[in-house]
Design a protein around this ligand. Sequence first.
Ligand SMILES: [Zn+2]
Ligand SMILES: [Zn+2]
Length: 314
Amino acid sequence: MLVTRRHFLATTAAAATCFASRSLFAQQEPQQPEMVLKARAGAASAKITTQKLRGNISVVQGSGGNIAVLSGPQGKLLVDSGISSSQPHIQEALAAISADPIQHLINTHWHYDHTDGNLWMHSAGATIIAHEKTRQRLASPQKIELFHATFPSEPAGALPTLIFTGQHTLQMNGNTLYLEHYDPAHTDTDISVHFADADVLHTGDTWFNGVYPFIDYSTGGHIDGMIRATKRTLATGTTSTIVIPGHGPVGDKQQVSESLEMLSAIRDKVADLRKQGKSIDETIAAKPTVAFDEKWGKGFTTPEMFTRFVYQGV
Ligand SMILES: [Zn+2]
Ligand SMILES: [Zn+2]
């Protein structure tokens, strides 16, 4: 009985504390969509792995989009910030790479799985760099129709302060970095980051390695833009460029070529069906992706979803 009562009191106290902090939280922060809350819950215990690539560049994976890390005497430069709840695990992974503090963070685009960690990384000392459209989208509420979700604007500390349009060049830790805006592809905010000396390229979500891509038409994405972006990725660097996708394992130009073939073949098939007057449901029923599903259809974007993304743009 005593144990039960103690347990009851402890549980009640914990619940009261939890309730108090939650209502405080609710007053301070605008409501995030369910998918962000779920992502944060999952990422709190997600396994974070580090892979050394070339030169002083590594990739940290397991929390949202892939995070590239350039380390050296000028401090760490990161590409994308993952999900905020992974902070302790990401900090551990970063500390294992080197003791250099975080000085710079580049966002490849505005999506939360690449920017949710912005606030803590900025607090840890990072200047945030991005295309001006990324800043615009993070600074105001954004709706993604497909998810029926509205993402609230980010607090000032999470916003990029070094913004550019077109291109931007940085010198950091012995590497020249070329940042380039893609034409609208996955969104209208996408950039590539090429670490030219190490020849490592981060494509953001213009490349998903091994799965059908997500294309965010609500914020400027388009299948033909994805195809153009993939071609531009192939034209950047050399034949031995290490390519970091937004999601999936780190790859090479050969794998980017395979993505291009897949995107182009499905785009043409769906365009033909649409030209014949087929509705979206008839087009899905015709299974225009079937030859590719075994290899590409097992990710977040199902064959049906991908068919919808393509149909919408042709
Ligand atoms: Zn992503
Ligand atoms: Zn994205």
